[in-house]
Design a binder for this molecule. Structure first.
Ligand SMILES: Cc1cc2nc3c(=O)[nH]c(=O)nc-3n(C[C@H](O)[C@H](O)[C@H](O)COP(=O)(O)O)c2cc1C
Length: 198
């Protein structure tokens, strides 16, 4: 199922409602390098505090450098490895934790998240499946790719063409079709005053 739009209470832009985190990836269908660069271009135009742009990406294209791809893949936790066999691209999302002055950047992760979301939306606009993962070993990734201390690996994003959920283990295939759920609006939005008990 490549389309699984959010059942929103109020109409929102179809690009936002339509983006979702599939695990059903097409086998042996590389993602064009131009598309990979387009996803990075979308990330590049994300907003950031003081326009510092603290996001960084290490990109692994299976079709271009399968050895590097495998080294990045090996840092995923076993669960994520289990459904990513057909992933074509892995983006490691990193945040530069320091400003140009060498002080801590308190919004580095926030800004990197905004860039990641832009990447995910651009992927959806291209009808590509893209899935964020915090389930990876950041220290192992840092070591494997000699990432300097100031950059924090935050997440991995796998990308592929949409595939058939029937190829997934039963439990994961079911999750592909389960209703998409979110907290009720009242739990997350407080108008004019904080209204939630601790
Ligand atoms: C920072 C982050 C980390 C995530 N880590 C994982 C992960 O390690 N493995 C996984 O299968 N999904 C992971 N997800 C996907 C979430 O489970 C998914 O976004 C959430 O269930 C909402 O579903 P949706 O993206 O289809 O709306 C992650 C998502 C985010 C944003």
């Amino acid at each position: 199922m490549s389309h699984r739009p959010a059942p929103t209470d109020i109409d929102i832009h179809p690009l936002i409602a339509g983006r979702w985190s599939s695990r059903a990836y097409a086998a042996d269908k590389p993602v064009a390098h131009e598309d990979v660069v387009a996803l990075l271009e979308a990330a590049r135009w994300a907003p950031s505090a003081y326009n510092v742009q603290p996001w960084r990406f290490v990109v692994f294209e299976k079709s271009a450098d399968s050895a590097a791809f495998e080294r990045a893949f090996a840092t995923l936790v076993p669960f994520n490895q289990s459904w990513n066999a057909n992933a074509q691209v892995l983006f490691a999302v990193l945040a530069d934790t320091l400003t140009a002055k060498g002080t801590a950047n308190p919004t580095a992760a926030y800004d990197a998240g905004a860039a990641a979301m832009a990447l995910l939306l651009q992927a959806h606009a291209k009808d590509l499946a893209a899935h964020s993962m915090s389930g990876f070993d950041a220290n192992a990734f840092r070591e494997a790719f000699a990432i300097p201390e100031r950059f924090t690996p935050i997440a991995m994003i796998s990308v592929a063409h949409h595939g058939d959920a029937k190829g997934l283990p039963e439990a994961l295939a079911e999750r592909e079709q389960a209703p998409r759920a979110r907290l009720p609006m009242g739990d997350l939005a407080h108008f004019g005053a904080w209204t939630q008990a601790g």
